[in-house]
Every structure is written in structure tokens, then in C-alpha cells.
Design a protein around this ligand. Structure first.
Ligand SMILES: C[S@@+](CC[C@H](N)C(=O)[O-])C[C@H]1O[C@@H](n2cnc3c(N)ncnc32)[C@H](O)[C@@H]1O
Length: 269
């Protein structure tokens, strides 16, 4: 394990040299991941690792990809998607145009799940799904709509548990050990880098999903990001967080009403 002070040095370098601000990320996770990266890439000393991060922008890309946790799943927490399907999506149907923001979308499995829900509700044609992440590497994968074949059985079960009635495999074409999702799903997606720490609001949304991202941030940064979502939220819009995340501690809480026991809030104020 590297020392606490070494983590701080790396974080300062990232800010000074590249403008990446990880200073409000949970230290335990950062420390574990930096140590893992140093071991994987066989750096003989911390000094050499630090030099490489400072001097090699290509290595910085690798650093960001390894430091951020990008684990994701289609229809992750199926009961959450069931609530989206039965309680949120039908109310969005009344709008002439639906704007959704997936903040911290990773490789896009969440965005494809949402597109399937909207398609099944007959609303995809009037929707736009903005999908952002700070990590350009994952966005590149998300743009192609190509996913590994191995987890498709689990995703299909998740889909059915979320209330899906179609044949899930009809949404993709399998090729060797990969699947490509139907292009009609991807047509309504816009992928772009956006850093929740430093970038501003860029539109007004009817639904913002930021699931399993805030858990890596300290409370101050969570509050700042929740305020960013509040600024970006249209009237009566919805905010969806991950199963271990909440806005209960936040100053914006009073403007929102929780839908049910799921992590979905509606802006009423
Ligand atoms: C664990 S994944 C969550 C993926 C998906 N939302 C889900 O719940 O399955 C967390 C994602 O947040 C992204 N992330 C971390 N810090 C970020 C930041 N400051 N701005 C934007 N995205 C960030 C990571 O790159 C990663 O892709």
C-alpha cells in the first residue's frame, strides 16, 4: 500500500498538471486503486510512478481509467427499473419531448436499458438520452453499443424481473463472444465527456440518473453535484440515484419528494 501522503501528492499533481480534481474522492478507494495500478504496471518505486503520471499524458489516460470504478450492468437492480417503467416513464409520456441525462454512464449498459424502457413505452422517438462520463475510454465503448456476450443471461433475467415482456435477445445480434444492440436504440443517444467535479450544467432534463457514482465522493462533493443536478432539473423532473446513495442530507431535499422506497425523487419545489 502506498502512503496517505503519496496519494495527496498524486492528487495535487493531477490538478496542477492536467486540471483533474480528485481531491473530494474517498481516499480508501483511491489508495487501493493506485496501489493496484502501480503493482500491475510494475513500478519499482512511487517516485517513478509519480514521474510517469506527471510527464506522460497517455499514461494519465490509463490512470483515470484504472482509478475510476466502471463496473455496470444492464437493468441493474431490476426493482429500480420496474419503478422507472411503471411510475416514471408513463408520466414522461405527456411531454412533447423527453430529455434524460445519465451522469457517470460508464460503458453505457444503463443507457441501453433506459432506451429499451422508452422504446417499449412508445416514447423513444421523442426522447434524447445524454450520456456522460469523465472517462473517455468507457464512452468510446458505449458509443459502439457492443457488449460482451457472457452477462447477457443475467441481463435477460434482470430485464424480465424489471417487467420486460419481450424476448430480450431480439434487441441484439450475437457475434462470437460479443453482442451488438439494435441501432435504433443508439440513435437517440448522445455521448460526451463531462466531469461532475468541474463542468457545469448543459441542459434541462426530465430525468437525471446518476447511479453508483456519488458513493465515491465525499459529502461536500456529493452536495455540489446534487446542486448541479437541481440546477439541471426541469419542473417535476425526476432524480434517480444508486441503492447506497441518497439526497436526504442535502439542502435540495426539501424541493424533492421520494417516490417510494426506490432511490427516485421528484422535483416538486
Ligand atoms: C460504478 S460506475 C456506474 C455506472 C452506472 N451509472 C451504473 O450504475 O451501473 C461509475 C462511473 O462514474 C464515473 N465517474 C467517476 N467520477 C466522475 C466524475 N467526476 N464525473 C463524471 N463521471 C464520473 C466513472 O468513470 C464510472 O464510469
Amino acid at each position: 500500500m502506498i502512503e496517505d501522503i503519496e496519494v495527496e501528492w498524486i492528487l495535487n499533481d493531477l490538478l496542477d498538471f492536467y486540471g483533474y480534481d480528485f481531491s473530494n474522492y474517498s481516499r480508501a478507494s483511491l489508495k487501493r486503486r493506485i496501489t493496484r495500478l502501480m503493482t500491475m504496471d510494475r513500478f519499482p518505486s512511487f517516485a517513478e510512478f509519480r514521474y510517469r503520471v506527471r510527464m506522460d499524458p497517455d499514461y494519465l489516460k490509463r490512470f483515470v481509467e484504472e482509478i475510476t470504478v466502471t463496473v455496470t450492468e444492464m437493468f441493474r437492480d431490476p426493482h429500480f427499473y420496474k419503478s422507472l417503467r411503471t411510475e416514471v416513464v408513463p408520466t414522461l409520456g405527456a411531454k412533447p419531448f423527453i430529455r434524460v441525462w445519465h451522469a457517470g454512464c460508464a460503458t453505457g449498459e444503463e443507457v441501453y436499458s433506459m432506451a429499451i424502457l422508452l422504446k417499449e413505452a412508445g416514447l423513444l422517438h421523442k426522447s434524447l438520452l445524454y450520456a456522460t462520463d469523465l472517462n473517455p475510454g468507457v464512452l468510446e465503448k458505449a458509443r459502439h453499443g457492443i457488449f460482451p456476450m457472457a452477462p447477457m443471461k443475467l441481463y435477460s433475467e434482470n430485464y424480465i424481473e424489471s417487467g420486460g415482456l419481450e424476448d430480450f435477445s431480439a434487441y441484439y445480434t450475437a457475434r462470437y463472444d460479443q453482442v451488438k444492440f439494435d441501432e435504433s436504440l443508439g440513435e437517440k443517444m448522445i455521448f460526451s465527456t463531462h466531469n461532475l467535479v468541474s463542468d457545469r450544467s448543459f441542459n434541462e432534463f426530465d430525468l437525471i440518473l446518476c447511479r453508483n457514482v456519488l458513493i465515491y465522493f465525499d459529502k461536500d462533493l456529493q452536495e455540489r453535484v446534487l446542486n448541479l443536478f437541481d440546477e439541471s432539473m426541469g419542473q417535476l423532473g425526476y432524480l434517480a440515484l444508486g441503492s447506497k446513495e441518497t439526497l436526504n442530507f442535502s439542502a435540495i431535499r426539501q424541493k424533492y419528494k421520494q417516490l417510494n422506497r426506490e432511490k427516485i425523487w421528484r422535483k416538486i419545489g
